[in-house]
Design a protein around this ligand. Sequence first.
Ligand code: CO
Length: 198
Amino acid sequence: MPALDSLLQNNRQWAADRVGRDPTFFTRLEKQQAPEFLWIGCSDSRVPANEIVGLDPGELFVHRNVANVVVHTDLNCLSVLQFAIDVLKVKHVIVCGHYGCGGIRAALEKDQHGLIDNWLRHVQDVARAHEVKLEAMPTFDARVDKLCELNVIDQAQNVARTTIVQDAWRRGHQVELHGWIYGLKDGLITDLGLQISG
Ligand code: CO
């Protein structure tokens, strides 16, 4: 498997480069992580969290799933959120979606994709809640991109409503929530202007 071998080769090169530039990089990181940011993003391979915001290992705590969805019964996402806020004491939670999201598109299409359709029901709920705004968009692609934005805002609001964030705010832990969207076409992130801080 030459393709897989090249991944391991890349890894050895990467580690060597890091140590070359910063000899104590790994020994420092091994002892602790102290990220200030939690990133909740899409699993899409074109949206690599650390890379697009220029952060090193140790600087960004990350949770990714298809279409960056935050569901109140998702133990996986909630556990990441709780650990990030209560233990790591992150200062910012960023929900970052992206334009042209395949999950969002699939949620708007009527086609069936298997098990994932159950997950995307959450995005369809967002679409239903904003039906009028979506119907006003001139094309299907524009509707997809609009839903990408609306989904970020709704999911960030879901973060705000969790007992984890509510309790943190009650304790006086100033954690801020943000809604961002990434453009596949130019690599740029737009702040959707949503900032929630208790
Ligand atoms: Co996506």
